[in-house]
Unconditional design. Sequence first.
Length: 132
Amino acid sequence: DSYSIPERLITKWIPVYKYLDQFYVYDDCEFQMIYEITDSTFVKFYMDGAIPMVVKSFKSNKSSYELITTGNKAIKVDLIDKKRSLYKFCFVDKKECNYYTPINNINEFYIIEQHCHDETSNLVEFEKVNYK
């Protein structure tokens, strides 16, 4: 199968969180999952290293995309906000979704910073992303 991943998707992706109906990037004490899409791979960056998966197929429909990777893992990527380049990534096998934006676009969002030195401070409770 021949496919071409759009240039706007080929980048590193940073998580974005919804809190009180607004979207934020979040700087906390925990590791944040980062993804990278290349012309032929989908890479998950974990705390202890990267796990690349070959993109076996790619489909697009206006502002919705689907990548099928190694192990037949389906990843749906939907454009949520064109102006701020906000996307929803859904992992079909886990029925789990999260918001992401390209790394060069993080200045479009306010940041919530969690100070880790205070163990009594409450962590922010973000809104869950619905899987559809």
